[in-house]
Ligand binder design. Structure first.
Ligand SMILES: [Zn+2]
Length: 324
């Protein structure tokens, strides 16, 4: 599925941004102002051929005007080579592959990085952290991604895994996480964690207004947040407890990275200020002594296609058409 959103000036640099996720694959033709000229959307691929076919479509539409392809992907991505070093779950077939080989780039340069990092790049170039050089971002969705910009450089670490903020330990005796650790932030505050906590309460027959539907589908995170605001006791308990953990994690990240601004992104962050208001005062109080100021906690501006735009941004940064 594609949608044409704008037109280009002739000679304007364009890049193709691609975001390979667990529920969808998206792409866009993007200019240096971060405008999405045309977007492409498909179901999450289950083979390298499906990835290649999807990117081919965007390449054809760009019609030789693109100066490169940027790819954001879940997992640990080696940005220097575009190799997918670790990727558990539905996209495991990409593990070990060079993303530049998976797509047929037609000679165009390819940049690749973790999808939370590309989302951060979009916010720094065009969004909520424009012009900032020290930024931390959490992407709150099915899982929890993270990315860190330190003095204008993306923090990648020795092996490319740095910034996986969803996998900091909040409870050493907590639940087993997808990463093999116990009690990670992701096991406390993610749509999977919130939905499974609500389901566990339903299973124990706790007082709750939502229920499992006729197809066996448990209530989703958006419904649980809504139910919490409407007085559902179980939803209120689950959301409050998840927020306490999110707040504790934010305090730790603020202490560790001392950013100018902290960005909350991803689908859950679409709840907006209602999400952060209950824990804002607590976070400010707990970080006041070390930081000496209240760090703004803001929301991702480019929800939906942020990772895609940021992936194109990687190309513009690599070719020095833009700078942080
Ligand atoms: Zn984990």
């Amino acid at each position: 599925m594609s949608e044409k959103l704008g037109s280009t000036d002739s000679g304007e640099p364009l890049a193709i941004g691609v975001d390979i996720g667990g529920t969808a694959i998206k792409a866009a033709i993007v200019n240096t102002r971060g405008d999405l000229i045309e977007t492409f959307h498909g179901p999450s691929p289950r083979s390298t051929a499906a990835v290649r076919e999807f990117v081919d479509l965007a390449l054809k539409r760009a019609d030789h005007n693109a100066c490169g392809i940027g790819i954001g992907c879940k997992g640990v991505i080696d940005a220097a080579s575009s190799r997918v070093k670790s990727l558990p779950g539905d996209l495991h077939f990409l593990e070990g592959q060079l993303l530049s080989d998976v797509i047929a780039a037609n000679g165009l340069p390819v940049c690749a990085d973790n999808d939370a990092r590309t989302a951060l790049v979009a916010e720094v170039l065009w969004g909520a952290a424009r012009g900032r050089r020290n930024v931390v971002m959490l992407t709150l969705g099915t899982g929890v991604g993270g990315a860190v910009l330190v003095d204008g450089s993306l923090l990648r670490g020795a092996g490319g895994a740095a910034g996986h903020l969803g996998h900091v330990t909040l409870d050493p005796k907590g639940e087993l996480c997808i990463c093999g650790n116990y009690g990670c932030l992701e096991t406390h505050f993610s749509s999977r964690a919130i939905e499974s906590a609500y389901w566990a309460h339903l299973h124990r027959a706790a007082p709750a207004r939502l229920c499992v539907d006729s197809k066996g589908q448990v209530p989703d995170t958006a419904s649980i947040f809504r139910a919490a605001s409407e007085g559902d006791e179980c939803a209120r308990y689950v959301v409050d407890r998840a927020l306490v953990h999110l707040g504790a994690a934010l305090v730790s990240f603020l202490h560790a990275f001392d950013p100018e601004v902290f960005i909350l992104g991803g689908n859950i962050a679409a709840a907006g200020p209602a999400l952060i208001a209950p824990i804002q005062e607590q976070i400010a109080r707990r970080t006041k002594i070390l930081l000496g100021r209240e760090v703004p906690i803001v929301f991702q501006k480019t929800v939906g296609y942020g990772g895609v735009a940021g992936a194109a941004g990687l190309v513009f940064l690599a070719q020095r058409l833009l700078a942080i």
